[in-house]
Design a protein around this ligand. Structure first.
Ligand code: NAD
Ligand code: UGA
Length: 473
């Protein structure tokens, strides 16, 4: 077999590293792609039939390439030393302690990866920022690399990832754009072209955008902030709809018809979740504050504030509708993942809603087709921001989680319940036998739809008392 035309190593086998590298391996059979991670369990799962993340279409791509030109390994240092291009796709969570705690990005994992690259490298390399990082991170990384370089040349590129979970394979196969930022030097542009040639195997040239490093880094934070802003905007309008009798779905449809606005990301909900929107906006807020731009910081902070408001508004609505108390009442939680088609629960609105209901002493029965029981229990026993800092978890013991039951069947979850909360828009929740559910519930039977997926009029006809976000009560 001919030697590979290029050797790539990706540090971090997570939601981004795994699928992104699998797609490169699929589209570039002549490129050798190694994905490495410090987590032995994660790598073992990537090498098994039970991949560590649920993502439609992912297992087919991995199966097509694994063992051919796609490899998963914990042999981090050897594979980094041996490659031409290192992608760094480690987690960049919100800091929980110290300067900027609760806002700034924690670059501990990134810095330790950079130090390791500098230590083990014996040949020139292109280092690609795949993780979402604060603007100007490449400057800091360059310092770490060049101070330990022993004459080796490193070119840093920013190549942020725009995939969304649940549609990662589709997003990677047909991206709206690929963004590559590099230094405006001969070496910088050569590195940009090397990376461009990888993506150009399947992405049309006009969709591969090249910019300076700082624009690429900031574009990623700005894109997430503006996407989240749309959701907070429509969610803010949903509260006004409920007070006035307007219907948020009709309003969103009408405004989305304006081609300058467009229809996407106007779906009102119980709030946005996921590992990145909140983290990246808070990071943007912190960067603005550090640059003395307090008005700009305040502006973006409101996107997160409205999201928190939406989540607590939902929990309060449940409690107030059920005669101002849910103490001892069984409430079925349908869906715990932060969106459909993923088992990911990072920053899922379900955590805040469940905490709100548990605070009023409800008894919860939780069902999600993809999220395992241990994960739900762990999520509900953690403090804010702890979820992505595995080394500093403090469990709060059984007091909270003892009021939680886990159901493997959606009808069992709803049996005997006083109320149901739909918190994830799984397709299966659209087509449930709601009559059967209603018949087996306590009366009056309440239905709180945090994703606007049920047909309110039909449910009301059945006898449910229904609350749907932004709909007439
Ligand atoms: P993740 O937590 O799923 O994966 C990160 C992996 O990096 C973990 O498996 C961890 O063990 C590993 N790791 C950490 N330090 C390491 C080290 N020094 N050496 C080797 N491995 C190490 O995170 P993710 O969701 O894949 O996100 C990664 C980055 O991509 C973040 O910056 C995130 O903001 C960004 N991003 C995420 C998404 C998404 O949908 N999840 C989309 C676009 C961008
Ligand atoms: C988001 C972005 O869409 C990606 O482009 C980006 O790469 C990624 O963040 C990242 O940087 O991590 P993701 O969080 O995986 O992707 O999923 P989204 O589809 O954006 O959904 C985020 C949250 O917003 C979910 O809770 C979803 O239910 C909610 N949402 C989305 C709404 O409430 N309404 C909408 O109209 C759209």
């Amino acid at each position: 077999m001919a030697p590979p035309s290029l050797k790539i190593c990706c540090i971090g086998a997570g939601y981004v590293g795994g699928p992104t590298m699998a797609m490169i391996a699929l589209k570039c059979p002549d490129v050798e792609v190694n994905v490495v991670d410090i987590s032995k369990a994660r790598i073992a799962a990537w090498n098994s039939d039970n991949l560590p993340i649920y993502e439609p279409g992912l297992s087919e791509v991995v199966e097509a390439c694994r063992g051919r030109n796609l490899f998963f390994s914990t042999d981090v240092e050897r594979l980094v030393a041996d490659c031409d291009v290192v992608f760094v796709s480690v987690n960049t969570p919100t800091k929980t302690t110290g300067l900027g705690a609760g806002k700034a990005a924690d670059l501990t994992y990134w810095e330790s990866a950079a130090r390791m690259i500098a230590t083990v490298s014996k040949s020139d390399k292109i280092v690609v920022e795949k993780s979402t990082v604060p603007v100007k991170t490449a400057e800091a990384i360059e310092k770490v690399l060049s101070h330990n370089a022993k004459g080796i040349k490193f070119q840093i590129l920013s190549n942020p990832e725009f995939l969304a979970e649940g549609t990662a394979i589709q997003d990677l196969a047909f991206p709206d754009r690929v963004l590559i930022g590099g230094r405006d030097t001969e070496g910088g542009q050569k590195a940009v072209n090397t990376l461009k040639s990888v993506y150009a195997r399947w992405v049309p040239e006009d969709k591969i955008i090249t910019t300076g490093l700082w624009s690429a880094e900031l574009s990623k934070l700005a894109a997430n902030a503006i996407l989240a802003q749309r959701i907070s905007s429509v969610n803010a309008i949903s509260a006004l709809c409920e007070s006035t009798g307007a219907d948020v779905s009709e309003v969103a449809f009408a405004i989305g018809k304006d081609t300058r606005i467009g229809p996407k990301f106007l779906q009102s909900s119980v709030g946005f979740g996921g590992s990145c929107f909140q983290k990246d906006i808070l990071n943007l807020v912190y960067i603005c504050e550090c640059n003395g731009l307090s008005e700009v910081a305040h502006y973006w902070k409101q996107v997160v504030a409205i999201n928190d408001y939406q989540k607590s508004r939902f929990a309060k609505r449940v409690i107030s509708s059920m005669f101002n108390t849910v103490a001892g009442k069984k409430i079925a939680i349908l869906g715990f993942a932060f969106k459909k088609d993923t088992g990911d629960t990072r920053e899922t609105p379900a955590i805040d809603v469940c905490h709100g209901l548990l605070g009023d002493r409800a008894v919860l029965t939780i069902f999600d087709p993809q999220v395992p029981e241990e994960q739900i229990r762990r999520d509900l026993s953690m403090n804010k921001f702890e979820w992505d800092h595995p080394h500093q978890l403090h469990s709060h013991g059984g007091s909270v989680t003892s009021k939680i039951e886990y159901a493997t069947d959606v009808y069992e979850a709803c049996k005997g319940a006083h109320g149901i909360c739909i918190l994830t828009e799984w397709e299966m929740f659209r087509n449930l036998d709601y009559q059967r559910i209603y018949d087996n519930m306590q009366k009056p039977a309440f239905l709180f739809d945090g994703r606007n997926i049920v047909k309110v009029a039909d449910m009301r006809k059945m006898g449910f008392i229904v609350y749907s976000i932004g709909k007439p009560l």
